[in-house]
Design a protein around this ligand. Structure first.
Ligand SMILES: Cc1ncc(COP(=O)(O)O)c(C=O)c1O
Length: 339
């Protein structure tokens, strides 16, 4: 792939508040690649984004906070699971730009130990001074967020409501931009990636990358996702829709082909946020061979899928595979009892 006709996307018409320090590095995992004896594995270090503990959501938040500020917002509300990385990074970004932040967090994941409920991302949400609304798993978080926004608006506040995972088409622009960054780095490092592997939660990172590659004229079918949230059919439909809506913002003449969205559900296990043995093994393997940390909910499961595909020869010797390491380190502390 990725000797691109162009490596630049024109996104300057969208309001943006810069939160990243610059491009995140692409690194070769030589010890792990040698240990597994198949494809060469590279990582795109999206966990190294600088604010609030880092992670993939900051790319989306550059555009979401940009839109919020352009609309004159003084408050941002978002939704997520109790240990949402997106919620934590929204709170951090809000603190950085001086917005009030409220988080509507649901107990969707069946874990009730103290670390899950209070440590990890929840600890950081409090340090960033976000107001947390603690809802049961059955609650409709977005509906609650909209009602709370109306309540605050009635008090004269200007509220921006941000969707699950920050995965609105505007948020996905952050990952379209990342596609251009990967293409530029691949060109500069004279690398060609046969596969780009990502976790798919709310689907925004996957959708944004695919939209970006289509807009750049790069073969987008090389992005391979492991769903960690819903079944493959649901994730496929939602991601295709998001990718097309994002592409529409960038270039309304182009469409994402259905076959460009590839989703594997073999690593989901019993469900969202529920640890699997292969996730645990993948987290330990990367930590012990390369000193790098995955998270238990997203990148750990997706990396387990990558390892499986190298071991079975699907990602064979002579190929280059790029894993998008999306952050989520605080989740390890919330899932202490799972390890
Ligand atoms: C650490 C981490 N990785 C991956 C994802 C998945 O990204 P997306 O929701 O855009 O699919 C998330 C989403 O919350 C995340 O927090």
């Amino acid at each position: 792939m990725i000797s691109a006709p162009s490596t630049a996307l024109e996104l300057s018409k969208f309001p943006r508040h810069v939160l990243l320090e610059g491009p995140t590095p692409i690194q070769h995992l030589s010890r792990l690649s040698a240990r597994l004896g198949g494809a060469d594995i590279y990582v795109k270090r999206e966990d190294l984004t600088g604010l609030g503990g880092g992670g993939n959501k900051l790319r989306k938040l550059e555009f979401l906070i940009g839109e919020a500020l352009a609309r004159g917002a003084d408050t941002i509300i978002t939704v997520g699971a109790r240990q949402s990385n997106h919620a934590r990074l929204t709170a951090a970004a809000a603190a950085r730009v001086g917005l009030q932040c409220e988080l509507v967090l649901t107990r969707t994941v069946p874990r009730s130990d103290h670390d899950y409920l209070e440590n990890g991302n929840v600890l950081l949400d409090a340090l960033f001074d976000a107001r947390v609304h603690d809802l049961p798993g059955s609650a409709n978080a977005l509906q609650f967020a909209e009602q709370r926004a109306d309540e605050l608006r009635a008090q004269g506040r200007n509220v921006y409501v941000c969707p699950l995972g920050g995965s609105s088409p505007v948020g996905c622009l952050g990952y379209a931009d990342c596609a251009a960054e990967i293409a530029a780095q691949a060109r500069a490092q004279q690398l060609s990636f046969d596969r780009i592997v990502v976790p798919n939660g709310s689907g925004g990172m996957h959708a944004g990358l695919v939209a970006g590659f289509v807009a750049l004229g790069i073969e987008s079918a090389r992005v391979a996702a492991f769903t960690v949230y819903g079944d493959a059919a649901h994730a496929h439909a939602a991601t295709l829709d998001k990718a097309n809506q994002t592409l529409q913002l960038i270039d309304s003449a182009l469409r994402v082909p259905e076959e460009a969205i590839s989703i594997d559900e073999t690593q989901l296990g019993p469900g969202y946020g529920i640890p699997t043995d292969s996730m645990r093994a993948a987290v330990r393997l990367l930590a012990s061979t390369e000193g790098l940390l995955l998270d238990p909910v997203y990148s750990g499961k997706a990396f387990a899928g990558l390892v499986e595909n190298v071991r079975t020869g699907k990602y064979a010797a002579g190929q280059n595979v790029l894993f998008v390491m999306s952050g989520g380190l605080p989740g390890l502390f919330a899932y202490r009892s799972a390890f």
